[in-house]
Design a protein around this ligand. Structure first.
Ligand code: ADP
Ligand code: MG
Length: 386
């Protein structure tokens, strides 16, 4: 191993020092005569942040540094003289077989890191808590062989890794959900176009054919044409509705406040459920991203109320508190159940949550008092003011 000129205070060089010292290899003078600065070995060992333990061939700890004592939740005094197995889970071995420290870091323990001497083992803290450790072991002969282990607690890294893999899973699920949502939306639009517009246009065409063939009285033709006019009006309304669903024009023309009013008016007209919208136009002048997100959230909440709630009243409040927008949507219907929110196919709620989270906001959905459903949303707006 290459000698460091000036020992870096890292676990690796400290281990090297320990093993070196034990083996009687003292860093000597460099070739050009400049002396190495060699702090006393104990100083290095006591000050490195890595935990270091040395054990003799019978697995008795002969040296532990303060970092090791801290890692295992005990004191240096307690560690020295104790069996290594008190602190590191030992190998499972046939009765009577003897182990050496190096066995603690061999089969059964996973390899970790790139170096062949790095292993993942399980540590045991003073209070019995077990935790993952990565460490490297090196052997030296100072008369009898002895072993030096440098260790790191990798619990935090494990936790972060697990969290990362959980959030990866969620992302995968979400992307699948988004695909489904998009497909459902297309199906929905296709159905509306076909059912509403398609049928109206077909019947207009039939009326037109009849009109062309008409040899009856002018009264008949007039009646046909009135019918066609009605159908055309309905077609225009349908087209507007479908287009508005795709992209609410009010959002571009009047802004969020008027778009929400339009949503409320349509809802009242279609479902005859009294609905109040409490909001301030000036507080809702937001950029397009925020306006669209809020519009879609409110739209989904209203759709849900129409489809599931059996409500007789709806209240929507939007108001600013400092740089947050607080949105509350309440209905007095049958109330959402916890299991409704767990449904994997609850794409509407997933979509709502995603829009809120994408804006770094918070959303809670639950049963309201005394009855009904309540959606509360807090959206930070500092990036969205215009
Ligand atoms: N306002 C509400 N009142 C009662 N139940 C609701 C309400 N909103 C949602 N739910 C329940 O939550 C479920 C999930 O809603 P959502 O994710 O929008 O899916 P979907 O509307 O397509 O069924 C609904 O199926 C319904 O059972
Ligand atoms: Mg829904």
């Amino acid at each position: 191993m290459k000698r460091p000129r000036r020992p870096r205070v890292s676990g690796r060089s400290a281990a090297w020092f320990l093993t070196g010292l034990a083996a009687g290899r003292w860093p000597g003078r460099r070739a050009h005569g400049e002396p190495d600065t060699v702090p006393a070995s104990s100083q290095i060992v006591n000050h490195v942040s890595e935990a270091i333990i040395s054990a003799d061939q019978s697995n008795t700890i002969v040296m532990a540094n303060p970092a090791a004592a801290a890692l295992f939740g005990t004191s240096v005094e307690r560690m020295v003289g104790s069996p290594l197995g008190h602190y590191i889970e030992g190998p499972t071995q046939a009765a009577g077989a003897t182990t050496e420290p190096v066995d603690f870091f061999r089969p059964g323990s996973g390899r970790a890191g790139r170096r062949a001497t790095d292993y993942a083992v399980t540590g045991v803290r003073g209070d019995g808590e077990r935790f993952p450790i990565e460490g490297s072991i090196s052997r030296a002969n100072a008369g009898a062989p002895f072993y030096t282990v440098v260790m790191r607690d990798v619990s935090e890294r494990r936790r972060v890794q697990e969290k990362l893999s959980r959030s990866n899973d969620q992302l995968r699920q979400l992307s699948a959900a988004l695909q489904t949502i998009r497909e459902e939306e297309r199906t929905h639009i296709a159905r509306e176009l076909h059912d509403d517009l398609g049928q109206l246009l077909a019947s207009l065409r039939m009326d037109l054919t009849l009109l062309q063939q008409a040899d009856g009285t002018p009264g008949d033709s007039l009646r046909l044409m009135r019918g066609m006019e009605d159908n055309l009006l309905t077609a225009i309304t349908s087209l507007r509705r479908i287009a508005t669903n795709l992209r609410p024009r009010a959002l571009d023309e009047g802004g969020l406040y008027f778009a929400l009013q339009g949503l409320r008016d349509d809802f009242v007209e279609r479902y005859a459920i009294p609905t109040t919208l409490l909001a301030d136009e000036a507080e809702l002048r937001l950029d397009d991203a925020a306006s669209t997100a809020i519009f879609r959230i409110v739209q989904e909440a209203l759709t849900n109320i129409a489809r599931h709630a059996e409500a007789t009243r709806v209240m929507m409040n939007l108001f600013r508190l400092n740089s947050d927008l607080l949105i509350t949507i309440r209905d007095d219907g049958r109330g959402i159940r916890p299991e409704d929110m767990e449904k994997a196919e609850s794409l509407g709620l997933i979509g709502m949550r995603e829009r809120v989270w994408a804006m770094k906001g918070e959303i809670t959905i639950g049963a309201d008092e005394p009855q009904g459903t309540r959606v509360d949303i807090v959206l930070p707006l500092h990036d969205h003011l215009v």
